[in-house]
Design a protein around this ligand. Structure first.
Ligand SMILES: Cc1cc2nc3c(=O)[nH]c(=O)nc-3n(C[C@H](O)[C@H](O)[C@H](O)COP(=O)(O)O)c2cc1C
Ligand code: SF4
Length: 416
């Protein structure tokens, strides 16, 4: 498999500056005058954000370039429980991320980079910042990431850096117009900046040499669920999802379904096994997103699994918007009743009605992303849901001899 982001990785440790430079070469020093050139290279490379939404990196950079006293914020919050790629990069390859952030800051004219990173990566990132201190680079500030799913949403990240509760605010204005301290701010995901650091070294054609035309390059994929080893792998975008499962040691049992794209993603049939690219995933309602693949084994009850995810996501609401707080709680309640064997066919009708009602509501994408995941489950696991509604259990519950008992498991965990 092609490794780019992870090509300088050392076993069980953090790559230091000397080894990082030996493998990747020196970082080209760009300045404000290079903004148009970098925007052109990123456009030609087709780099899309790796924080979930897949927004073109060139357009965001162009929006902030030339503005007055902007900031660059590295979003390493990674609130998605099934994702650990950003933690891996920050903890093991911090210089690659910092190279990308410093380059973006130089080009947009930011005097400061703020790295928002989970506590577990702080030693590695702080050491990397110290190692670069003597260089002529913008100041780099390290901030401990807030916990929780919505804390990673960009306006929540900015609120947190400003010392306020990490909850999203209504946008527009987007951070590119009004961000930290009211100043234009480029918020970019950790992995996006690591790719940028390689694109400035090697160019757009190099980046496009792997991947697909609409989503070029490699991507980090966090694989978990019914596989031998959960972990993060770098693969070219567009590899068959089977290859990704193989890298994780293969499934331990037949795969009933895959949740692709994380808790905002979509459930797809385990037999479908599409290529990991948006073009192939789109017909299933999924996208590569932040590169999450969760395998659901045939022995696991899908209704209990989805009830558990829905309950966890409902608990992650920032509590500001009625449709999110009440809607997600009501939907999760229905799913838990069904999973517990206490549901009725009426609950099933309510599930469909309420998921449709919540879609598109709220100040941020949390309720919409969550109900899309639930709606994909309702389509794929329609028979299992009917079985739970009518008989209190499904074939998987019966097959494992498990009564359809409590759906409350470890927060955010997917049954393996
Ligand atoms: C509820 C919610 C949670 C999010 N969590 C994260 C996160 O943990 N990390 C992240 O990089 N982006 C997250 N995002 C996306 C960010 O708002 C933002 O789009 C991203 O950091 C921009 O970087 P990118 O363009 O490089 O992907 C989240 C969005 C939403 C709506
Ligand atoms: S939609 Fe939900 S998570 Fe987003 S701001 Fe409103 S209450 Fe918070």
């Amino acid at each position: 498999m092609t490794t780019r982001l992870l090509s300088a990785a050392v076993p069980h440790g953090t790559t230091d500056l000397a080894h990082h430079r030996a493998v990747h070469g020196a970082l080209p020093v760009l300045g404000r005058g290079d903004a148009d050139a970098l925007v052109d290279v990123l456009t030609a490379a087709g780099l899309r954000g790796r924080g979930g939404a897949g927004f073109p990196a060139a357009r965001k950079l162009a929006a902030v370039a030339g503005s007055r006293r902007p900031f660059v914020v590295v979003n390493g919050t990674e609130g998605e429980p099934a994702s650990s790629k950003d933690r891996l990069l920050l903890g093991r390859q911090p210089h690659l991320v910092l190279d990308g952030a410093v380059t973006a800051a130089r080009v947009v004219g930011a005097g400061e980079v703020v790295v928002v990173a989970p506590a577990a990566t702080h030693d590695a990132v702080a050491r990397a910042i110290d190692d670069r201190a003597a260089r002529d680079e913008p100041a780099i500030r390290l901030v401990a990431a807030a916990e929780g799913y919505v804390a990673g949403e960009e306006t929540a990240v900015l609120a947190h850096v400003e010392g306020r509760p990490p909850v999203p605010r209504l946008a527009p204005p987007r951070p590119a117009e009004r961000g930290l301290d009211g100043r234009p701010t480029l918020v970019q995901n950790v992995e996006t900046l690591a790719h940028l650091a390689l694109i400035v070294r090697h160019g757009a054609d190099w980046f496009r040499a792997v991947g697909t035309p609409e989503r070029p390059g490699t991507t980090l994929v966090s694989v978990s669920g019914a596989v031998a080893r959960r972990g993060v792998h770098e693969v070219p975008v567009g590899v068959p999802v089977d290859d990704v499962l193989r890298l994780a040691g293969g499934p331990g049992e037949p795969v009933r379904a895959l949740l692709v794209g994380g808790y905002f993603g979509a459930w797809i049939d385990g037999a479908a096994r599409p290529a990991l690219t948006d073009r192939d995933l789109r017909p299933h309602g999924a996208s590569v997103g932040a590169g999450v693949v969760i395998a659901l084994g045939a022995s696991a009850c899908p209704v209990r699994t989805v009830a558990r995810l829905a309950s966890w996501m409902s608990g992650q609401s920032a509590g500001q918007c009625g449709s999110c707080v009440n809607g997600l709680a009501a939907i999760a309640g229905v799913l838990v009743r069904l999973a517990d064997g206490d549901g009725t066919p009426d609950d099933l009708r309510l599930l469909h009605r309420w998921t449709a009602m919540v879609d598109g509501r709220g100040a941020c994408a949390h309720p919409t992303g969550t109900v899309r995941m639930i709606a994909s489950a309702a389509r794929l696991f329609a028979v299992d849901l009917e079985d739970h509604a009518h008989h209190g259990r499904c074939a998987a519950c019966a097959g494992t001899g498990r009564a359809a008992a409590t759906a409350h498991g470890r927060a955010g965990a997917v049954a393996a």
